[in-house]
Ligand binder design. Structure first.
Ligand SMILES: Cc1cc2nc3c(=O)[nH]c(=O)nc-3n(C[C@H](O)[C@H](O)[C@H](O)COP(=O)(O)OP(=O)(O)OC[C@H]3O[C@@H](n4cnc5c(N)ncnc54)[C@H](O)[C@@H]3O)c2cc1C
Length: 419
């Protein structure tokens, strides 16, 4: 069993670790709980797989030790990832830095990884959920890992734990890394949902459900602006979703956990200044003075939002015509409306379920790991991917972490198995 590397989990980080280890000559086995590897990979980027980002600013990553994350990303950066995928046959397309397969099918990425694994004679055992990992001495007096599933027991020189996080409802998503870490007394940060929709306080959310609109979202914690993003905002029955919400959600979830006052300011007209928006409203009133206040907003705001704004600005008097307002009242209304349409403040009460999260923050603490992704306390035990305390925003950054950390763990596990 010399040079044997066992990888727990056949997701992107596990497959990358396996391929890298096998390329330098290790005998590699991957144990995957599902009936097929890479289920979550198939769900990425709405099935299109945003596999990395050419605008790689490693400071976008979050975790308890961001310097550690940056070093690991540098071991195998986006250029190396692109070269790897090109070499195994993937044509890619660059959308403002976000890289996708040219086919826009995540299955192309998985198929090519699996073909490469087959060429390298990597054994992929599916429906093999790892239940226990421990170390023992072999009859030859060598220290080896014993990896137990429900039906079998595997022996390996080194083990790479790549079993992801409990985020998403994709089958196989698990927090099994927690039990493995606890057994070896390796410290970890609690998994919390990140890149997740947020819940909002208020009875109006049921009325706005289904709207998708261009907006910016600013996260405000205890009165301080923390993060901001702009894009397609989705309004849901319980709150807010969409990429701009995902991008700020990690910070909102952590702030809610600390019982801070967490608010989001929705700007429904980020492309206009407040003055420009007020001018637009004033022109509308001037052109059609007989329209009611709510009619005046038709064509400017998504329909379901109009009664919500009117209720806030005019005490619900949607039928009130602008002719009925004095010049002073109208001017005041226009100013308040322009402000409110750009500063719609909502209270965030928490995150949607873990099943609705794309990733988790938390996992094995960087301080427990060497830069090779090996545990500092358990020789020969490696971790990679989402099981480790590193998370990035939308844009291909989480898969880049899976490739970089998987590569690092794979090559280090292979060489460790040899000494
Ligand atoms: C809907 C969705 C869209 C996403 N889109 C993107 C995107 O476009 N770009 C991007 O960068 N990121 C995206 N992500 C995040 C990305 O998918 C993850 O960061 C990535 O899959 C993590 O890879 P991993 O190998 O660490 O874990 P996983 O992909 O979760 O793989 C872990 C594997 O381990 C297996 N496993 C778990 N426990 C055990 C066990 N005990 N024994 C054996 N096997 C086990 C699981 O079945 C799974 O196959 C998205 C996530 C979701 C849910």
């Amino acid at each position: 069993m010399a040079d044997s590397v066992l990888v727990v989990g056949g997701g992107p980080s596990g497959l990358m670790a396996a391929i890298t280890a096998a390329r330098v000559g290790a005998k590699v086995t991957v144990l995957e709980a599902n009936e097929k590897p890479g289920r979550k990979l198939l769900a990425t980027g709405n099935g299109k797989c945003n596999l990395t980002n050419m605008r790689m600013d490693p400071s976008v990553y979050r975790g308890n030790d961001t310097k550690f994350i940056q070093k690991v990303i540098a071991h195998y950066d986006q250029e190396q990832v692109l070269a790897f995928f090109s070499e195994i046959g993937l044509a890619t397309i660059n959308k403002a830095g976000w890289i996708y397969p040219r086919t826009e099918q995540a299955s192309s990425v998985l198929d090519l990884l699996l073909m490469e694994a087959t060429d390298l004679k990597i054994k992929i055992k599916t429906k093999e959920k790892v239940e226990k990992i421990y170390k023992e001495l072999t009859p030859e007096g060598k220290s080896a890992f014993v990896v137990k599933t429900g039906t079998w027991q595997y022996i390996a020189d080194t083990v790479v734990i790549a079993c992801g996080s409990p985020a998403s409802s994709v089958r196989g998503a698990s927090d099994d890394v927690n039990a493995f870490a606890d057994f070896f007394q390796i410290r970890r940060e609690e998994f919390l949902p990140a890149l997740v929709p947020l819940k909002v306080k208020g009875d109006f959310t049921g009325k706005w459900a289904g709207i998708r609109t261009h907006a910016s979202v600013t996260l405000v914690v205890n009165g301080k602006k923390i993060a901001k993003d702009t894009g397609e905002l989705q309004l849901t029955e319980y709150g807010i979703s969409g990429i701009p919400v995902f991008q700020i959600s990690r910070f909102a979830v952590h702030a809610c956990r600390e019982k801070s006052l967490v608010e989001a300011v929705l700007n429904f007209f980020p492309e206009w200044t407040e003055e420009e928006l007020r001018d637009e409203l004033a022109t509308r009133v001037e052109n059609r003075p007989d329209k009611s206040l709510s009619q005046m907003l038709v064509g400017l705001l998504p329909d379901k939002l109009i009664p919500i704004f009117i209720a806030q600005l005019s005490g619900g008097q949607s039928g009130a015509g602008t002719r009925n307002l004095s010049a002073g009242q109208l001017s005041d209304w226009l100013t308040r409306a322009a402000y409110r349409l750009r500063h719609f403040k909502v209270k965030i009460t928490g995150a949607a379920s873990l099943g609705q999260a794309q990733i988790c923050s938390g996992g094995i603490l960087a301080e427990e790991l060497k830069e090779s992704m090996e545990s500092k306390s358990i020789s020969g035990l490696f971790f990679c991917g989402e099981s480790v305390d590193a998370d990035g925003p939308c844009g291909g950054y989480n898969l880049q972490w899976a490739w970089s950390s998987g590569y690092t763990a794979g090559i280090s596990a292979a060489y460790k198995g040899r000494c």
